[in-house]
Ligand binder design. Sequence first.
Ligand code: KRY
Ligand code: ZN
Length: 262
Amino acid sequence: MQKAAEHNMNIHPMWQGPLAVPGGDRQSPIDIIQRKSVFDSELKPLVPDYDPDTCQQMWNNGYSFLVEYDDTTDKSTLKGGPLQDKFRLCQFHFHWGECNDWGSEHTVDRRLFPAELHLVHWNSDKYSLFEEAVMEDNGLAVIGVFLKVGKRHEGLQKLVDALPAIRHKESIVEFTRFDAACLLPSNIDDYWAYHGSLTTPPLTESVSWIVMKQPIEVSHDQLAVFRSLLFTSAEEEVQKSMVNNFRVQQPLRGRTVRSSFS
Ligand SMILES: NS(=O)(=O)c1ccc(-n2ccn(-c3ccc(F)cc3F)c2=O)cc1
Ligand SMILES: [Zn+2]
């Protein structure tokens, strides 16, 4: 098994991003060191409540592919866990490697996973738009779910089947009636929680991270379809495979990672 420190770092320079935002002391992703995480009995069960009818489209933004939800009402929300407020689901996306040895953004005791899912939510109790929330300390909540290679994920397959339609950057396709909850692991009670940032520009330090302990299983072939996407638009002469779209782990800077399990 590859460890974060050892794996081949031929990732596209932009993905290393600024190693830290100048003055930034809560950057993401991080390595979660299990023995240093602190059990917090106050952490409540997470309450995701997603309406599949709010699912709208899927598009290739040149960094990843996003499935976007209608976030003009509180129809798809996340509450509980470390959160004091109600958060609205706005999109989910993934990060992955060129091979199954790496690809995740967070690591656990330096263990890398082949991919990581991010479900992005914004604080609709305190703010009226995502654009507002993204700039605020308690503006966003992102659930991170590790993917590992195993059996085919039936819920993911609907998404995989749509990917050829958005192979190039800026391509978009209608994508409806998808229940994002099907991508959560069976156990959502065991997670780590810490304060961090977006992992791509604008890298704002506005995220309550909730990283699931239990990975979901997807097949080798499903991950291979992720790698058939392109960073580049159809007009560009040189096409670049969309792989290694992850940021390297950032310094913890004294932060505490809490765990919901002992
Ligand atoms: N990988 S992650 O930490 O989950 C992550 C990283 C970057 C973003 N991201 C990038 C640009 N934006 C964005 C989109 C629209 C907008 F009005 C403001 C933004 F910051 C955003 O939310 C969203 C999520
Ligand atoms: Zn992400």
